[in-house]
Design a protein around this ligand. Sequence first.
Ligand code: SF4
Length: 115
Amino acid sequence: MMDLEWMRSARCRDLDPELFFPLSEVDPATETAIEHCVQCPVMIACDTAATWRGERWGVWGGKFRGSDRSAARRREYRERVERDPGYLARLAKRQAVYRRRADSRSSVDSSTASR
Ligand code: SF4
């Protein structure tokens, strides 16, 4: 299992997760998210983890993932977001889930260590 401890130091921890799931590579949110990433102390770990998980959309580790998609795939994505307003919110929640897992794992580790 991959070590998620680094997520505790993520710069995006207290930021709106939706910022990291822009609608496209040219969405202004993409640039803003990348600006946060390049100042993040765990950018390399984040990039590695996103690659390991096969993340296919969003800004992870200072990179916009999804630029390999064809124009047709992007159009399909936009249409999906329009059709299903909750889709983007669900994507955004994924980062929060990963962070919660890191937090709970860390508390289990520390309680085990004190025994
Ligand atoms: S590098 Fe990863 S952990 Fe750091 S701000 Fe960017 S998305 Fe968040």
